[in-house]
Design a binder for this molecule. Structure first.
Ligand SMILES: NC(=O)c1ccc[n+]([C@@H]2O[C@H](COP(=O)([O-])OP(=O)(O)OC[C@H]3O[C@@H](n4cnc5c(N)ncnc54)[C@H](OP(=O)(O)O)[C@@H]3O)[C@@H](O)[C@H]2O)c1
Length: 290
């Protein structure tokens, strides 16, 4: 049975010239444990991707490093030929080592290899959006991004990439990137409990640049807080719904890419993110992470 598109909470946003639903899908956790290897349930992973597209989600976030090369191939198997409106946003700048680490790979030749590999695995002639992933697993690290960003800008001029973004970046790096090339999105860690980018989000909103929080639900350690549970109980909703609704309301330039390997959770998240939050709810949620 196929799913019919629903009215997704949050409406749409435009990345450069590409319109996406603000409610997107993050595909990282479709792999095996530790974001390595194939999923335990291959058909289940395909079902989640098809459900996302069937619900009308047009923003899928991925990376060649997931698996590595697992998530992209699942996306291709599940959805190619892609629905006309679907946009796949990928990232380059890190690879995987045998221990499952994420060493940087940001020399121009590394980035070109990564872009070509993404194109091959996704079955595309051009990538809609490529994020340059900076920093490391502990977060952003200061330093110039000029060389890797120029390399991606060159691939954009060649037509291999439509739009550029940066990820795991400091505010200074975002400013440096904007001075070098048009930037359509910034993907950093941000959620109810981690609000270090508040000023950056507001600045980007004024510039028409999307802010795409990764780990919107807390990532590998899902958000847990007494205040969140209390607001959720009052609204007869799940904490995940409240966390997503809060992000959608936080700023119009926030795009959601919650991850899940479960069709039921995907449906629950789509239904829950449209939750209306009162001033009292927002005040209570403001106690989290402060
Ligand atoms: N740029 C970067 O450096 C970077 C880093 C990390 C992630 N990302 C991107 O951000 C996306 C989102 O991050 P994420 O998936 O790691 O973390 P997340 O969206 O914060 O949380 C995903 C976790 O929440 C669980 N979950 C989802 N919906 C749920 C529900 N309704 N009830 C209970 N549990 C639920 C999932 O488990 P189930 O599978 O059981 O639902 C999964 O364990 C990734 O897919 C990836 O595309 C980017």
């Amino acid at each position: 049975m196929s799913t019919s598109p629903v009215s997704l909470p949050g409406g749409t946003w435009t990345l450069g010239d590409l319109t996406v639903t603000r409610f997107g899908y993050g595909a990282m956790q479709l792999t095996g444990p530790g974001v390595m290897g194939p999923p335990a349930d291959h058909d289940g992973a395909l079902a989640v991707l098809r459900e996302a597209a069937g619900l009308g989600i047009t923003h899928v976030d991925t990376a060649g490093a997931y698996g590595p090369r697992v998530t992209n191939r699942l996306i291709r198997e599940a959805l190619h030929p892609y629905p006309a409106a679907l946009r796949v946003v990928t990232k380059v700048g890190a690879v995987r080592d045998e221990q499952g680490g994420w060493p940087p790979a940001r020399r121009p030749e590394d980035l070109r290899r990564a872009v070509l590999e993404n194109l091959e695995d996704l079955g595309l002639d051009a990538l809609d959006v490529v994020n340059l992933r900076l920093g490391d697993a502990q977060g952003p690290r200061p330093g110039s991004l000029a060389e890797p960003l120029e390399a991606l800008a060159e691939m954009r001029r060649e037509g291999l990439v439509r739009h550029l973004g940066v990820s795991n970046a400091t505010a200074e790096q975002v400013a440096e990137a904007r001075a070098l090339a048009p930037i359509v999105c910034v993907q950093n860690m941000y959620n109810l409990a981690h609000r270090q980018d508040d000023a950056l989000i507001d600045e980007l909103a004024g510039l028409g640049i999307a802010y795409v929080p990764f780990f919107p639900l807390g990532g590998f350690t899902p958000l847990q807080s007494t205040a969140l549970s209390a607001v959720a109980a009052r609204l007869d909703a799940t904490p995940m719904s409240v966390a997503l609704a809060w992000l959608l309301r936080r700023s119009p330039n926030i795009l959601l890419i919650p991850g899940t390997s479960s069709v039921a959770h995907l449906r629950e998240n789509v239904a829950g993110a449209g939750l209306a939050l009162s001033e009292e709810d927002l005040a209570d949620l403001d106690k989290i992470g402060r």
